[in-house]
Design a protein around this ligand. Structure first.
Ligand code: UT7
Length: 316
């Protein structure tokens, strides 16, 4: 992926919001209906509980409204809505159109499906719109994976859940916060993680795990090289929240201590497109960036996709 050319109009986050499914499901709850247990799920994944419920448009409207409120912007001033999701309410139309109407927006709206890398894909696309003259883009990552999970399959049911995270991205007169980015995909790996239309998620967990660590590290290193920074410069890493052991292995290989990782999966489970914005924006006691920090966002997902970005937190 190319470096960001000089003199491109930059952007920064001015508001954000999050939403979780209303029903809390613990590992013990799952153990009542399938052959699993709290100890196994905590040790092998890091997940303690997850939140389930709501549709993709409902959760998106909650997080999106909170983001606009924090930014102090009127719905009429949003120039575009990008919704990252792999679980749209309907096949047609895009769920972004439903959310556009729920939020009272009067702008273009489109869905991005890059699975768990979706929020970073959408973030890079939103910067492209701002470079083309848009002033304000509402960016939402939402997934309701409970709807496409087989609740009798312990290989997947212990992992997936519902959630949403949103941000208002506004043009800035300065350089903006995005210093480097990378988007990747390898469609030859499609069969290890997929859901047919109308079907549930099918996954070869071990193979996904193995590849996930490799492609996260590879994408993060590309973004750091494009930004001209090294692992030592990163203050906070915000990884896709799939498995604490994947996060730990990726941090280890990148040379970034786990103490710098924003981790919320113990509370949220794997919420796919919502996972990175929840880890960045939710108030769940995780490591959070401060003014001036360099933040590395890095996701991987079905496809297999990978995406990363380096942000200078609070940059003008
Ligand atoms: O957004 C991307 C989505 N997907 C992922 O990121 C998934 C990546 N993969 C993973 O996170 C892990 O591979 C899993 C959590 C899915 C599985 O963990 P693992 O350490 O790879 O376990 P395993 O499949 O090697 O299974 C180890 C043992 C097996 O028993 P035996 O053969 O050793 O007796 C499994 O049958 O654990 C058993 N097992 C379970 N036991 C209790 C598998 N799932 C469960 C379970 N509860 N839920």
């Amino acid at each position: 992926m190319p470096k960001i050319p000089d003199h491109v109009r930059g952007a920064r986050f001015t508001g954000w919001g999050t939403a979780l499914g209303h029903k809390v499901v613990t590992n013990d709850d799952l153990a009542k209906t399938m052959d699993t247990n709290d100890e196994w799920v905590r040790e092998r994944t890091g997940i303690q509980r997850r939140h389930i419920g709501g549709s993709t448009s409902e959760l998106s409207a909650i997080s999106g409204a909170a983001a606009m409120k924090m930014a102090g912007v009127d719905p009429s001033s949003i120039d575009a809505l990008i919704l990252a999701t792999t679980t749209p309410d309907r096949t047609v139309p895009g769920t972004s159109a439903t959310v556009q109407n729920l939020l009272g927006l009067s702008c273009g709206a489109f869905d991005v499906n890059a699975a768990c890398s979706g929020f970073v894909y959408a973030l890079v696309n939103a910067h492209g719109l701002i470079a083309m003259g848009a002033e304000r883009v509402l960016l939402i990552g939402t997934d309701t994976l409970a709807r496409i999970t087989d609740w009798t399959d312990r290989n997947t049911a212990v992992l997936f859940a519902d959630g949403s995270g949103a941000a208002v991205l506004e043009a800035t007169s300065g350089r903006g916060h995005l210093l480097g980015w990378d988007l990747d995909a390898d469609g030859s790996a499609e069969e290890i993680l997929y859901a047919e239309i109308g079907g549930n998620i099918q996954m070869e967990g071990k193979e996904v795990f193995r590849r996930a660590v490799r492609i996260m590290v590879d994408s993060a290193q590309k973004s750091m090289a494009h930004a001209g920074v090294t692992a030592d410069d990163i203050s906070v890493i915000v990884p896709h929240q799939a498995n604490i052991r994947i996060i730990s292995a990726a941090c280890d290989r990148l040379g970034i201590p786990m103490s710098k990782a924003a981790v919320v999966l113990q509370e949220t489970g794997n919420t796919s497109s919502a996972s990175i914005p929840l880890a960045l924006f939710a108030d769940l006691g995780q490591t959070k960036p401060k003014q001036g920090d360099l933040v590395l966002l890095v996701g991987f997902g079905a496809g297999m996709t990978a995406a990363s970005a380096i942000l200078e937190w609070g940059a003008q």
